[in-house]
Design a protein. Structure first.
Length: 97
C-alpha cells in the first residue's frame, strides 16, 4: 500500500495529470461518470464498491439523475489527498461498466 501522508500541492498536480478526468474539489478529487441507463450506473457503482473494499479505501458514491455516478475520494484520516487517493482513482477509471 502506498504512503498515507498528505501530498504537496506540486505532487497533487502531477497526480491529477495522470487522471485527467478527475477534478480537485476542496480536499477531495471527484469525477462524474454518465451511463446510458440506470442499470449500468448501478452496476458501475457496485463495481466501484468491490474495488474500494479490496483496496480498503472507501470513496463517497452518489447516484443521481438516474444515469450518473459521482465519486469523491479523500483520505479522511489525513484530512486531504494522499497517493492512495490517486491510485484508487486510476483503478476506478479501469472499471468497465
Amino acid at each position: 500500500m502506498a504512503a498515507l501522508e498528505r501530498i504537496s500541492e506540486e505532487k497533487m498536480q502531477q497526480y491529477l495529470a495522470k487522471v485527467p478526468q478527475w477534478q480537485r474539489s476542496g480536499n477531495a478529487i471527484t469525477r462524474i461518470y454518465q451511463f446510458p441507463n440506470f442499470l449500468m450506473a448501478m452496476g458501475f457503482a457496485n463495481a466501484v464498491a468491490i474495488c474500494a473494499e479490496a483496496a480498503q479505501h472507501h470513496p463517497d458514491i452518489a447516484i443521481f439523475s438516474w444515469n450518473k455516478v459521482k465519486i469523491s475520494i479523500v483520505t479522511h484520516g489525513q484530512g486531504g489527498l494522499t497517493e492512495n487517493d490517486f491510485i484508487l482513482a486510476s483503478k476506478i477509471d479501469a472499471i468497465q461498466p
